[in-house]
Ligand binder design. Sequence first.
Ligand code: SAH
Ligand code: MG
Length: 202
Amino acid sequence: MNIIELAKIKQEALDEHIPIIMDDTLEIIDKILIQKKPNHILEIGTAVGYSAICFSKYLNENGTIDTIERDAKRAEDARKNIKRAEVENKINIIEGDAVEILPTLNKKYDVVFIDAAKGKYPFFLEQAIRMISDEGIILADNILYKGYVLSDYNKHKQRTAVRNLREYIKEVTENENMETEILEVGDGLAISKMKIRKGEMK
Ligand code: SAH
Ligand code: MG
């Protein structure tokens, strides 16, 4: 991994107002990944590849990241960036709408990172649960959406997003097969650890 290029990629993304993962959120995920040493990570929402490049450092030997991006320009920039960072052998960018791509995937993932259209979080969760490995971890960024999710906010155009983020939180906290924490770092991070082996799921 070329960390000088990674620093440049981060600065370029910030300059272009691309909503890359925030430093304090990344710090928490780093700790989880160091412990977990995942073989396979699934990311929903690549943008320009910044978070995927950061996560690739913690993969097990021969581990891979599949990451989905629907915006063609961003997917192209992400492809360039993973080459610059010298991690193109570890990251597989899948261009297209995750709503269509996810049902076609059939791998087991040790970690799923949800960081795309907020209105689709419940669907992304359903797909993540289908593919998560035993004792895997499902992470969701922006889960508190500028604080709207925990306030009595229910106005104008973000309403659908807020309703779906609340639905996501309800589902992960009520699911008996997972242990969930919601952290107020960055824009909010949900961490859901699968408690039991999938074969034993009720
Ligand atoms: N994970 C990145 C940031 C992702 S920003 C990082 O931290 O570096 C969210 C991205 O998700 C945007 O680039 C947007 O185009 C993409 N996106 C939103 N909805 C999507 C969908 N339904 N399918 C695929 N990509 C989506
Ligand atoms: Mg995000």
